[in-house]
Design a protein around this ligand. Structure first.
Ligand SMILES: Cc1cc2nc3c(=O)[nH]c(=O)nc-3n(C[C@H](O)[C@H](O)[C@H](O)COP(=O)(O)OP(=O)(O)OC[C@H]3O[C@@H](n4cnc5c(N)ncnc54)[C@H](O)[C@@H]3O)c2cc1C
Length: 544
């Protein structure tokens, strides 16, 4: 019998298991992961091979429902089925986000522990940050996850100075620290590559002393008549029981956590009845409120490809180039308030000037310029990786579109139905158009852009769009080419499905710890908040 059962050995589940064991070695902690231990998998350790993991045997290979606002097409969504979860494939962007977003979260749930300052000790505890220019008050120096900015790795890309000038045309300041809670401006990208290698979560939060069951899919949490979790049932009918007073923690990620909850009878009663699942708690918010970041790439043909400016050119190489991705800066920006307000008014009635998305100003856009043209086939483009092209990327940081995860069957072996409802609101469309227009201006109209690029590679049948392109023309490009940035969250949201201590409403001894509890989008990449929250939570569970 276990003291603690953790469902899902991904990023959150592994951190929680490892830390609980460190803090309370006498506890019998059982970590159950649907996929294998990927330690011998060919493409895991080298982050530059992450693309080879897509559609591999480690990928759940999710497809969304046809997306009404993205030309009616289903969109591919990766989910990793392996010990380590998303840490096995993610690109290592270490992007904490904007303090204002965490503060709004704390305000919404009335609990300062979820504010930026409330989470800061846990952010710091996760990291060992290498950057003499970063603010030491904001950073950890002895945590397990090694993080470093581009500059501090010593790599100097040939386009660094030009690209800095290019981004400066947006009147943004050059930040010395991307992760100090005030990320607006042009900052060196920070990554958690260590000596050019991936740090899968189980290498930084080791699982020695934890009983790990890999290749084991949980079908449901067993809940007794007093509405107390007493164990779990696996898809192969095996049962793992919990000691009296123990805890089940669900960390199955934003797509599968709501599935496990619903299969355990926790969810919208009429939806559960469709699949003849006995109702334990009628909690209609389970699986609702799905949010995700949507991003869009544009591809640019370089004017002087012979100069070795991009990936694929034999001349593109230099000291420490293997220590991170081919990019210098991450740019985070607000957008003008009045047009934003008008866009929000399209979606919501009565938008006051102190609407949370207008205040701050909030970080609405993330952008970068990548020294290479990767992933262009999604837009029907065939661009050789020959050093002759670069790409720009834009992401809407605080989308208001919300989707859902629902059951496709009563069987955990079947993927749930994922409907992110991308690009549904005028607000989301407006933000992405703003970013798109910024890139048109930078690349086609500034001296640096003109010097850098000869033209845009446009998807077949789509014209080059300058700064005067109409909303409709831009929307058409984005609807066709936009992709997930792999940050699903919100499907077991704090305040709706779990309380401020991550306990599932209506059930004793059952918690959720993973990206699904994030109530609203953050202008972050989600490994950082998930690390922070998991460390926070393992501290509080171990006191129980
Ligand atoms: C391609 C890609 C690139 C990314 N890039 C970045 C990046 O650069 N920076 C960044 O910050 N974030 C990035 N992310 C996001 C980040 O990795 C995730 O936010 C993070 O992994 C979420 O952690 P989690 O614990 O919520 O879920 P996961 O890490 O997905 O873990 C969930 C685990 O639960 C297991 N599981 C599910 N159902 C069951 C069940 N029924 N029984 C047993 N086990 C189950 C799964 O197999 C999985 O291992 C990326 C993600 C992807 C997919």
């Amino acid at each position: 019998m276990a003291d603690i059962i953790i469902v899902g050995g991904g990023l959150a589940g592994t951190v929680v298991a490892s830390r609980l064991h460190q803090r309370r070695p006498s506890l019998l902690i059982v970590l159950i992961e649907a996929g294998p231990d990927p330690k011998n998998h060919d493409h895991v350790l080298n982050p530059t091979e992450a693309s080879l993991l897509h559609f591999s045997d480690l990928d759940y290979k999710y497809f969304t429902t046809p997306q009404e606002h993205l030309d009616g097409k289903p969109k591919y969504n990766c989910g990793i089925k392996a010990l380590g979860g998303g840490s096995v494939i993610n690109t290592g962007g270490w992007i904490r986000g904007d303090a204002l977003d965490y503060d709004e979260w704390a305000q919404d749930v009335g609990d300062e522990r979820w504010s930026y300052n409330g989470q800061l000790p846990y952010f710091k505890r996760s990291e060992k940050h290498f950057d003499p220019e970063a603010d030491p008050v904001q950073h950890g120096s002895d945590g397990p996850v090694h993080t470093a900015s581009v500059r501090s790795t010593g790599r100097k890309y040939p386009l660094r100075d030009t690209v800095l000038k290019l981004w400066s045309r947006l009147d943004l300041k050059h930040n010395h620290d991307l992760n100090d809670g005030r990320p607006q401006g042009i900052s060196d990208l920070v990554e958690n590559w260590r000596n050019g290698k991936r740090q899968v979560v189980q290498s930084t939060y080791p699982l020695g002393g934890v009983q790990v069951h890999s290749d084991s899919l949980v079908q449901r949490v067993i809940i007794d008549e007093t509405k107390t979790a007493t164990g779990v049932e696996l898809a192969n009918d095996e049962i793992i029981e919990l000691k009296r007073g123990g805890q089940v923690i669900i960390s199955a990620g934003a797509y599968r956590t709501p599935q496990v909850l619903m299969l355990s009878g926790i969810g919208n009663s009429s939806h559960l009845s469709e699949y003849k699942i006995p109702i334990t708690v009628d909690l209609p918010s389970v699986g609702q409120n799905l949010h995700d970041h949507l991003g869009h790439f544009r591809y640019w043909k370089l004017r002087y490809p012979e100069k070795g400016l991009a990936l694929g050119s034999p001349e593109f190489g230099g000291p420490n180039y293997n220590l991170g991705g081919p990019v210098d800066f991450l740019v985070r920006a607000p957008i003008p308030v009045e047009p934003l307000k008008a866009a929000i008014e399209n979606d919501e009635e009565l938008v006051s000037d102190d609407h949370p998305l207008l205040k701050g100003p909030r970080t609405h856009l993330e952008m970068l310029l990548l020294y290479g043209a990767l992933g262009a086939e999604i837009q029907g483009l065939q661009i050789p990786l020959d050093g002759a092209s670069v790409s720009t990327f834009v992401m809407g940081c605080l989308p208001t579109s919300r989707g859902s995860v629902t059951l496709a069957s009563s069987n955990a072996t079947d993927a749930p139905i994922i409907d992110p409802n991308y690009y549904a609101t005028e607000m989301d469309q407006h933000v992405m158009r703003e970013g798109f227009r910024m890139h048109s201006r930078l690349m086609l109209e500034t001296p640096e852009g003109k010097e850098l690029v000869q033209s845009e590679h446009t998807p077949p049948g789509y014209p080059i769009l300058g700064t005067y392109a109409s909303d409709e023309e831009i929307d058409a490009r984005i609807r066709m080419g936009a992709t997930t940035v792999f940050h699903p969250g919100g499907t077991a949201a704090m305040g709706q499905v779990v309380d401020n201590s991550l306990k599932v409403y209506g059930i004793t001894n059952l918690r959720v710890v993973d990206a699904s509890v994030i109530p609203k989008p953050l202008a972050a990449h989600y490994q950082v908040p998930v690390y922070g929250k998991s460390i926070f939570e393992s501290s509080s569970v171990s006191h129980c």
